[in-house]
Design a protein around this ligand. Structure first.
Ligand code: MG
Length: 383
């Protein structure tokens, strides 16, 4: 039987690459659900090609447009974010690939876990915002999370067959982004165009800015803590500009396992969809002679304050990371709309943490309220 997939965020970078993976493995996978935020035209095009059972357009104003375009086909059409959270629970879905951006990915993940689904998780913000709650829900339900983030997929792959062997430490690799070799003065005047120019990875706008500010790496530290049940002291970041070693696990005997390959998200996507099996692919292969030097550096926590902020958030616990994520979403959006400067992203995050009401043990409602509160605070700092 084919694996029936719901692709949340099918028109984004991870979503379209997921469909490329599916195209190459048509006898294994079947698309059951596609969801998009705003890009109705691409959603329609994808729907005509994959003939899913259902589609959701989050932007309700575009419902009629999508509905008219697909009226001759037996495809159910829904609108609104709440429909995404409902649709993941449908019986005809085996695996939910969550490639939503930001906080919006949280509720669909929770609903999918509650319905006992396997979730291929590309939306790291789910674990940044509510990792503690997510782990609790996984314990209570049958659902599981398979990481799609390349670093976490690497760690997950290194852990295969190591069930009784505790992790001593992990090293999350970071490309360092477009500003790795720039000084703090350069960052003060860095433009949107410069920040969007990532050296190794081709990704959506939000995560590309997060990579330039290293907020993305900070989020990945938090994500790793919850995915692999680690203490902060067990998580290190190492800058590796070539993005070939995707991350490393060190075991208690000192042995280190790394997963390597060209920077291509299709491999972690496919692994999450086929786990525990590996299936043949035509992805380009790594050639050592193209990369005679793989180099490693210490990350600069002074230049990239966001990385330090993420570690501090783990130290404090509670809803701090949720507040950081909310402030970051607002600040990145403002930066992309030329309303603030690059380093303002970090100062807005820091001020938002100070002003957000601290809650130690959080229910979903607490995270929901923290997210709203922190967004308002961040917005008030931009005006
Ligand atoms: Mg990553």
């Amino acid at each position: 039987m084919k694996k029936r997939i719901a692709v949340l965020g099918s028109t984004g970078s991870i979503g379209t690459q997921t469909l490329e993976v599916v195209d190459a493995q048509k006898d294994i996978f079947e698309i059951e659900v596609l969801t998009a935020n705003n890009n109705a035209d691409l959603l329609i095009k994808q729907s005509l090609k994959y003939k899913p059972n259902s589609v959701v357009i989050a932007n309700k104003e575009k419902y009629n447009y999508v509905s008219d375009a697909l009226s001759n086909y037996p495809i159910k059409i829904y609108a609104g974010e709440e429909s995404i959270a409902q649709i993941v629970q449908f019986d005809n879905i085996d695996i939910v690939l969550n490639a939503l951006v930001g906080y919006s990915g949280l509720l669909p993940t929770i609903k999918a876990i509650e319905a006992g689904k396997n979730i291929a998780l590309a939306n790291k913000e789910t674990l940044v915002v509510a990792g503690e709650l997510i782990n609790k829900l996984i314990k209570e339900n049958k659902g599981s999370i398979l990481p799609v983030d390349s670093e976490h997929s690497a760690i997950f792959q290194c852990l295969t067959g190591e069930i009784n062997n505790p992790i001593e430490k992990i090293y999350i690799t970071a490309s360092g982004g477009p500003f790795r070799e720039k000084d703090i003065n350069f960052l003060k005047t860095a433009t949107k165009k410069q920040a969007l120019n990532h050296p190794n990875w081709d990704m959506g706008a939000k995560i590309t800015i997060d990579s330039a500010s290293m907020m993305n790496k900070g989020f990945e530290v938090i994500e790793a803590k919850w995915l692999f049940g680690l203490d902060i002291k067990q998580i290190d970041v190492v800058v590796h500009p070539q993005s070939i070693v995707h991350s490393i696990v060190q075991f208690e005997d000192g042995a280190m396992k790394a997963q390597m390959g060209l920077p291509d998200m299709k491999l972690p996507i496919q692994y999450a969809l086929t786990y525990p099996e590996r299936i043949k692919s035509n992805f380009p292969r790594f050639n050592f002679l193209d990369y005679p030097n793989l180099t490693f550096e210490k990350p600069d926590f002074n230049k990239f304050r966001n990385l330090a902020i993420a570690y501090e958030a783990l130290e404090k616990g509670g809803n701090v990371a949720c507040a950081i994520n909310a402030a970051n979403e607002i600040a990145v959006d403002a930066f992309l709309n030329d309303r603030i400067k690059f380093l303002d992203i970090t100062s807005i995050i820091e001020k938002t943490i100070e002003k957000t009401y601290f809650i130690k043990n959080n229910s979903f409602k607490d995270y929901f309220e923290t997210n709203s509160e922190a967004r308002e605070i961040a917005k008030s700092l931009i005006k």
